[in-house]
Ligand binder design. Sequence first.
Ligand SMILES: [Zn+2]
Length: 431
Amino acid sequence: MNPIPIPPGMETRLFVLETDALKALPEAIRTLWGPNVRIWPVADGNTWRAAGSRVREILEQAGFECLPQYLFPAHPVIHASDVHVDELLAVFPENAVPVAVGSGTINDLVKRASGVKNVSYCCVPTAPSVDGYTSSGAALNMAGLKKTMPCPAPLAVVADIGVLQTAPAEMFAAGYADLMAKIPAGADWLVVDALGLEPIDPAVWELVQTPLRDNLSAPDDVRRVFLGLAATGYGMQLYRDSRPASGADHLISHIWEMENLEKDGEPVSHGFKVGLGTLAATALYETLFSMDPAEAQRLAAPGLSLPEREAEIDALLIRGCYGTEAKETALKKFLEGEALADRRAAIYAKWDELRELTRRQLFTFEELTSKLRAAHCPVKPAEINLTPEQFFHGLRAAQLIRKRYTVLDLTYELGLLDEILGRIEEKHLFF
Ligand SMILES: [Zn+2]
């Protein structure tokens, strides 16, 4: 076992990423939990076949007592929702180490259930599909609202490259898209830092952004993509928030997630929705900063009154699937009158700096499209079953659901969101 060094300050204590890493499980478990613990494997029908049964075999051969595994069905694919966390909690054994064998959903369900039970767990990823393996917090659908629920990161992550390589090609592509999202998410953080709204944490920035371009340069290299995803998870552990990993790219995807976006009867993967969100965020930045401040001021729509904004929010949330807090969240960050004028003045004053910072951080829309294409990720909304209405609605509604300031707030507060979406439509970037 050759563990990969873990940055200081993490809840995760052991990270193994190598061929045949499953064979290192007994040593990993013994080191962190002791020789006499009982094991509780959790998987679904697919991931049990991919790695779960071998995990059980290897641990039993090494003398560990394994409780009967908890298996979610292989079909239909389960969503990461509180309902399934409750299922796990109902059968959660005492005095056992949960071992989550699966992709992002299984990991998030076990992470949250273990957190509720105040028990540490081991993660055995079966696909390089998300950045959540090494993060604290679990992205769950709680009674309809997509939320990051608090819970500690796994104590150990044992990732077998042989297993990751046999994951379906779509899951690999999804992980690449989730990693690519850190590019526009970084642009959002640069903007809020420059506007004095949320300073960049240099240690976290270094962890996530410094190796990012390198890890994105080889979409077929499972090790590199997984390392990039793991670094992002560590960034979230350290920052105690998902800001380092998620900006407008993710907020947009959350809207489609809460709408239960499906293709051919299966939920569209997190990464694929995020990939479209990444393209959308990039298009918003590029279109915004194709203007100069004088043009931006000339085209700015006047700010709304509170009742007008309420009506606008109600119309955007009319499907009613975005949870009870969305409207309140949106109203809390609504600026009017002098406050709005001040914000706009602050943005105009920093226009050139913001343009330069984001230009350096982002790939151009064209570069981004070709990189995602090369990694077999969808680049058109129709490829993930999004209609033009649902796509553009997602971009507008995503601004409402979180406090987090992104390019969506930037363009909305400037009174330019409609103008920019109109230009994006005219240029046929997506349809
Ligand atoms: Zn993600």
